[in-house]
Design a protein around this ligand. Structure first.
Ligand SMILES: [Cu+2]
Length: 259
C-alpha cells in the first residue's frame, strides 16, 4: 500500500485538487523560471512512469511466481542477453537525452550572466554571505562598489527592484550553505572560499522567503530571510533610508550623541 499511497498523494498534490491546492511548487515569479518548472515536471513525469511500471512489474512477478502456488523450484538460467542489452541501453539513452535537452537551460541559469547595455557582464547589485545562522547582505554604498567601507550592511532582509535582471554575489563565511529562493527557482550551494553569482528577473512585487537548503548545523532551521520585491523608486528610497540610518548609527557610536 505504501507505493500506491505515495504515488496517489503525489498525483493529488500535483493536480492541485482540493485541499491540496498550492501545496506543490510555490508561485513562480522569475521570468526565466518557467523553463526550470517544465524541466522539473518533465523529469518527474518520466521517472514517475518508470517507477510505476517497474514497481508494477515487480509486484506482478511476486504474485505470479508465489512459492505457495508454484511448488516446483526454479532452475537456474543465465537469462536473456538481448533483454539485458535493452535495459542497459534504454536508461543510458534516456539520461543522455535529458543531459542534452537541459543544456540550454543550464547555460542560461549558470553560465550566461546578464550583460549591461555596453556589453560588459552585469555587476552584482548586492552580496549575500551565508553564515551560521543568517544571511548577511551588503549593498554598494555611494561609490557603487560592493566590498568597500561605505557599504550598506543588513541581515536577513533583501530588497530588490521588480522587472530588472538581478545579479547577486553569494559567499559563505563558514560552512556549506545553499541559497534558496523558492519563488524565483534559484538554488545554489554556497561554498566557503568561493564567490559565485546567481541571476534572475523578478516579475511580481511582494514578500517572499529566503531559505537555506543545506543542513549547515544546529540552527539550520532558522536560517531564513525575507526577500522584498518592489518597484524601483521604492527600492531606491528604502536603500537610501538604510544608508542614512547606518551612517547615523556610526556617527552616534563615535560621538556618543544622537544628534
Ligand atoms: Cu545554512
Amino acid at each position: 500500500m505504501v507505493p500506491v499511497l505515495g504515488v496517489g498523494v503525489f498525483v493529488w498534490a500535483m493536480a492541485g485538487w482540493w485541499p491540496m491546492h498550492g501545496h506543490w511548487l510555490p508561485e513562480n515569479i522569475n521570468a526565466h523560471g518557467g523553463v526550470i518548472d517544465s524541466l522539473f515536471m518533465f523529469i518527474l513525469v518520466l521517472t514517475g512512469i518508470i517507477f510505476v511500471a517497474t514497481t508494477g512489474a515487480m509486484f506482478w512477478f511476486m504474485w505470479r511466481y508465489d512459492a505457495a502456488k508454484n511448488p516446483e523450484p526454479v532452475s537456474f538460467t543465465h537469462g536473456s542477453h538481448t533483454l539485458e542489452v535493452v535495459w542497459s541501453i534504454l536508461p543510458a539513452a534516456t539520461l543522455v537525452f535529458i543531459a542534452i535537452y537541459q543544456m540550454n537551460a543550464w547555460a542560461d541559469a549558470k553560465m550566461r550572466r546578464p550583460k549591461l547595455a555596453t556589453g560588459e557582464i552585469k555587476p552584482p547589485l548586492a552580496e549575500v554571505t551565508g553564515r551560521q545562522f543568517e544571511w548577511r547582505i551588503r549593498y554598494a554604498g555611494e561609490d557603487g562598489i560592493v566590498g568597500t567601507p561605505d557599504d550598506v550592511q543588513l541581515a536577513n532582509d533583501l530588497h530588490l527592484p521588480v522587472n530588472e535582471e538581478i545579479v547577486l554575489a553569494i559567499k559563505s563565511a563558514d560552512v556549506l550553505h545553499s541559497f534558496f529562493l523558492p519563488n524565483l527557482r534559484v538554488k545554489q550551494d554556497v561554498v566557503p572560499g568561493m564567490k559565485q553569482f546567481v541571476w534572475f528577473l523578478p516579475t511580481k512585487t511582494g514578500v517572499y522567503d529566503i531559505v537555506c537548503a543545506e543542513l549547515c548545523g544546529w540552527g539550520h532551521y532558522k536560517m531564513r530571510g525575507r526577500l522584498t520585491i518592489e518597484p524601483r523608486e521604492k527600492f531606491d528610497a528604502w536603500l537610501k533610508q538604510r544608508y542614512a540610518e547606518q551612517n547615523q548609527a556610526a556617527f552616534t557610536a563615535s560621538t556618543g550623541e544622537a544628534e
